[in-house]
Design a protein around this ligand. Structure first.
Ligand code: G6P
Length: 466
């Protein structure tokens, strides 16, 4: 029997429990796996210092195998090296990096724990697909243990240029770690280029034909696979969400005001400070929008025990307080800022209701909110996407109102343009974006990656010194 084994730090919760705070990886991989099924291995989300055996649970055609993390593993691997070194580095914020050797060794130990558990379940014929920055060394660990199966890796985040990458001690191990995969997938050409240049200049490797790379006796293929959404299903799901009590209450609370919506984990990569400042400017400079708009920002708390996230939460609270204190009236609240998530279908229905989808990350691998916002629109009266040019999604969704997320005035201008846009232009822009999403949905993403993995897999050279 040949199975797909997907490995990621975070696995999707069951649909009912999904409150929209899981991020793009869980949403994307879930949609991709639902069709053909497989095994999904990852962290349970629980911290437990007893060494319990992995838990297996089958939902639909996916078998979830999850392990707990010990407190020290959570601190050093998840909170430490993954989210206080790799995440800020990959999102171009080296000043937020907090590097320590202890965290790096905890990161490697946690990867070894994943490897040890996976070795118990991998069978000949299985295809292994590892996801994201938490698990870069895992491929080599599996190879060292003698696994010969095809192993692919997909990075959901951006990948930095060598110049930035080398700010982290031991950066060459990150590059070399990726060389142990048969196929490495990136979101954009920029990310792919950063990796190839890193291999060539940082490791003295060679860039060969057909996207192949070589470093000593290690070979891998690296290509671009922009992740997408379940395009055809999202409009129907949005219709379903319209039956919910939350949607009805939101709808009736708006009256004839236009809704601007933002949905992001509370993360410094999402550009929330600049976004709030831009909204402040919109209300301050454009009198015509006073009392006519409502901005709903849904931002579930994320990685709250990492200091940079705690600091951000306080900063956003201040910005929100300033907007409300300055512009609100006893019968109009210009901003609704929520630190909790909602079920996906409710969120999709909210996207459908919103005249503007505001997606302004300072840096983002792809940003599936942008794609979901487009796919959830009503074709006869679609809303407008205001999109950061620094989100991977901007490469494909160039019919959005594209802005530089560091330029507060440009976001304000983009918002005004979106709110004033005539129907024919809205339909025209939306159609162009939908064409892209219909031609390349999440199933195309999965089958392209797995099809290529099958094609490129050949005998893998493994050395103990690499
Ligand atoms: C991003 C990352 C994912 C991560 C998600 C949520 O989308 O690429 O790997 O799972 O954020 O973050 P969390 O730390 O809660 O898993």
């Amino acid at each position: 029997m040949s199975r797909l084994i997907v490995v990621s730090n975070r696995v999707a919760k069951s649909d009912g429990a999904n409150k929209g705070s899981e991020g793009g990886l869980a949403v994307g991989v879930m949609a991709a796996m639902e069709k053909d099924g497989g095994v999904w291995f990852g962290w349970s989300g629980k911290i437990d210092n007893r060494n319990e055996a992995p838990k297996t649970e089958t939902r639909g055609n996916i078998e979830y195998v999850t392990i707990n993390l010990r407190q020290s593993e959570y601190n050093q691997y998840y909170k430490g090296y993954a989210n206080s070194v790799l995440w800020p580095l990959f999102h171009q914020r080296p000043e937020l990096m907090r590097y320590s050797d202890t965290d790096l060794s905890g990161y490697l130990q946690a990867n070894q724990k994943f490897a040890d558990e996976l070795l118990k379940i991998i069978q000949p014929g299985d295809t292994i697909w590892i996801h994201d920055y938490h698990l870069i060394p895992l491929g080599k660990m599996l190879r060292d243990a003698g696994i010969k199966n095809p192993i692919g890796f997909f990075l959901h985040t951006p990948f930095p240029s060598l110049d930035l990458l080398r700010t982290v001690p031991g950066y060459h191990k990150i590059l070399k770690g990726l060389m142990h995969y048969d196929l490495v997938g990136f979101q954009t050409q920029f990310d792919h280029m950063g990796f190839c240049m890193g291999i060539a200049q940082g490791l003295g490797g060679e860039i060969l034909k057909n996207d192949k790379l070589r470093v000593g006796n290690l070979h891998c293929t690296a290509r671009v696979y922009p992740i997408s959404v379940e395009t055809s299903a999202l409009n129907g799901a949005a219709q379903g969400g319209m039956q919910t009590d939350e949607y009805r209450r939101l709808h009736s609370s708006l009256g004839d005001r236009s809704l601007i919506i933002g949905v992001d984990r509370l993360d410094y990569s999402k550009g929330l400070v600049q976004r709030f400042q831009a909204y402040d400017k919109l209300l301050g400079h454009y009198q015509e929008f006073m009392r006519k708009v409502v901005y709903l920002q849904i931002s579930p708390t994320s990685r709250g025990d990492v200091q940079a996230y705690g600091d951000l939460a306080k900063r956003i609270d201040r910005e929100a307080g300033h907007i409300i204190g300055t512009y609100a009236d006893f019968d109009w609240m210009p901003l609704r800022y929520l630190n909790r998530g909602f079920r996906r279908r409710t969120i999709l229905a909210m996207y459908n209701l919103a005249r503007v989808g505001l997606v302004t990350p300072l840096k983002d691998g792809m940003n599936l909110v942008a794609k979901e916002y487009v796919a959830a629109q009503n074709p006869e009266d679609p809303g407008v996407l205001v999109l950061s040019e620094l989100a991977g999604a901007a490469d494909e969704l160039d019919a959005a109102v594209v802005i530089n997320p560091y330029d507060v005035s440009a976001i304000t201008g983009g918002l005004a343009k979106a709110l004033n846009m005539p129907l024919d232009e809205r339909i025209d822009r939306w159609r162009k974006m939908m064409d892209v999403l219909e031609a390349h949905d999440i199933h195309a993403w999965q089958s392209q990656f797995l099809g290529d993995l099958k094609q490129v897999t050949g005998p893998k050279l493994v050395t103990s010194s690499s």
